[in-house]
Design a protein around this ligand. Structure first.
Ligand code: ZN
Length: 167
């Protein structure tokens, strides 16, 4: 396994729309394993392939306390969204920035697992937020895109300052 570099907002590659995974082979299984390792190391609760500059529809998520419940979603789609919740979100591509985003409270997700089997899962609360956040990445959307232009401008200048300090 290997740690993968994570793209940082406002890298234009975060805006690419990912293509469906055509075939679930050893390359995809290795990508999922590397993404999981990268997510746990960061540490984070979700990572989309887009964030590691691979533009295929694959996300890994683990919202468990013990970090022992890895979920891998290939070609995920939301088939049902209900209710609403507003929570503070962060993102491994936008380090140190947290803000409130409105999301559906409950979702149903359809996806392929690592064996290529079609699966359906219902989720709510934090897991539902995480699923919506990661599917957004596959569509080229970062959570700060949901914020006002004013806030986005502030976040960009804050991140640019951080980059100068750490470079
Ligand atoms: Zn993110």
């Amino acid at each position: 396994m290997a740690l993968l570099p994570i793209l940082r907002f406002p890298d234009p590659r975060l805006k690419k729309v990912a293509q469906p995974v055509a075939k679930i082979d050893d390359g995809i299984r290795k990508l999922a394993a590397d993404m999981a390792e990268t997510m746990y190391e960061a540490p984070g609760i979700g990572l989309a392939a887009t964030q590691v500059d691979v533009h295929q529809r694959l996300v890994v998520i683990d919202t468990s306390e013990e970090k022992n419940d890895l979920l891998v979603f290939i070609n995920p789609t939301l088939s049902r969204c209900e209710g609403q919740q507003v929570g503070e979100e962060g993102c491994l591509s936008v380090p140190g920035i947290y803000d409130k985003v409105e999301r559906a409270e409950r979702v149903t997700i359809k996806y392929l697992d690592l064996d290529g089997k079609a699966q359906t899962m219902a989720a709510e609360g934090l897991l539902a937020v995480c699923i919506q956040h990661e599917i957004d990445h596959l569509d080229g959307i970062v959570f700060v895109d949901h914020l006002s232009q004013l806030k986005q401008g502030r976040i960009k200048s804050k991140l640019a300052k951080q980059a100068r300090v750490t470079a």
